[in-house]
Design a protein around this ligand. Structure first.
Ligand code: AMP
Ligand code: MG
Length: 310
């Protein structure tokens, strides 16, 4: 007799449903790879430990590990490494990047948070927010087209009628959405929508560029999936000028010390203007396959606050 959690895990691992979901996921990743290759976006292998990682805009538990006298962070996202990898003559890079975010227990109830997930994370030198939004839409169109073509049987077996969104997607300023819908705007707009939308202009991490023409407005953008699936992609133009980075870190009340090496690179004027984005693979697969919970799409899902076996 297996215990309850074990039985749930074994049922999932033995189920045909997981096979259908993984076929969709493989198709998504194959199209990402083909698309990036065509666009001459170079693939980096993941960084999983580093003295620095994404500070994030929300609290998570500490993911620090000790190695002799050094402290290393488990990667929350490769944003800072993305910027650094564009120092040379590389025009564009992407990573299928494992992220560890030890999210607080409350996040377990959202149906879209895991403690470990993978994001397709890309960054293009010298590009603007609108150029990356167009690039992202082209990529999504390609992914969705391929999945609909190659995984129609799997989608049918999952009972999912996946409709191709109408591109270009509608764009909303998040401040306007908040005025209209209140602080829970993200959830509400997702529930109301039948198509993914862009929400722009969020006040968050120091590395998302402030609009030089509109102080305290930000050149960042999220895709919010419809039908209540919630946020699925975030990106931005990046801050690359030393003084502006310092100003933004100060505004967030951050300590400069952990970022000393990164700041030195910025002070030397070596960071390049860039823009990019990242989407969570599991969230996209959940949306495409119409699963209620993200744990359905991850064989070894770690849901915040829940027990996990493997
Ligand atoms: P962020 O830059 O924080 O928006 O993260 C990039 C993307 O990763 C998000 O748009 C989501 O698709 C995905 N993501 C973020 N946090 C999680 C999580 N805890 N579990 C699963 N996916 C996540
Ligand atoms: Mg986000």
């Amino acid at each position: 007799m297996l215990g309850k959690e074990m039985q749930i895990t074994v049922d999932k691992l033995q189920g045909k449903k997981l096979t259908a979901i993984l076929k969709v996921q493989s198709c998504v990743l194959k199209e990402v790879s083909d698309f990036m290759h065509e666009k001459k976006v170079l693939q980096l292998l993941p960084v999983m430990i580093s003295p620095i990682t994404d500070p994030l805009n929300h609290s998570v538990m500490d993911g620090e590990i000790s190695y002799y006298e050094d402290k290393l962070q488990l990667t929350k996202s490769m944003i800072l490494h993305k910027q650094l990898s564009l120092l040379g003559d590389r025009a564009a890079i992407y990573i299928v990047s494992p992220n560890i975010r030890l999210e607080l227990k409350e996040k377990g109830a959202t149906g879209r948070h895991l403690l470990e997930f993978s994001q397709v994370d890309f960054e293009l030198k010298g590009k603007s927010a609108s150029e990356i939004m167009a690039f992202t839409e082209e990529m999504l169109f390609r992914i969705f087209t391929r999945v609909k073509k190659e995984c129609s049987q799997e989608l049918e077996s999952l009972g999912r009628e996946f409709k191709m969104p109408h591109f270009p997607l509608k764009v909303y300023d998040s401040k306007e959405l908040e005025k209209m819908l209140g602080s829970d705007w993200e959830k509400l707009i997702s529930q109301k929508s039948t198509e993914p939308i862009w929400a722009t202009n969020h006040e968050r991490e120091f590395y998302d560029k402030e609009d030089p023409k509109r102080p305290f407005s930000y050149l960042n953008y999220d895709i919010i999936y419809p039908e209540g699936f919630g946020e699925g992609l975030s990106g931005a133009e990046r801050e690359h000028e030393y003084n502006q980075i310092l100003e933004r870190m100060k505004r967030k009340g951050m300590s400069f010390e952990p970022y000393r090496a990164y700041l030195q690179i910025a002070r030397e004027g070596l960071l390049e203007p860039s823009a990019g984005a990242g989407f969570g693979v599991e969230r996209m697969v959940r949306f495409i396959t119409g699963q209620e919970k993200i744990s359905e799409v991850a064989p070894f899902a770690k849901v915040p606050g829940e027990k996990f076996v493997f």
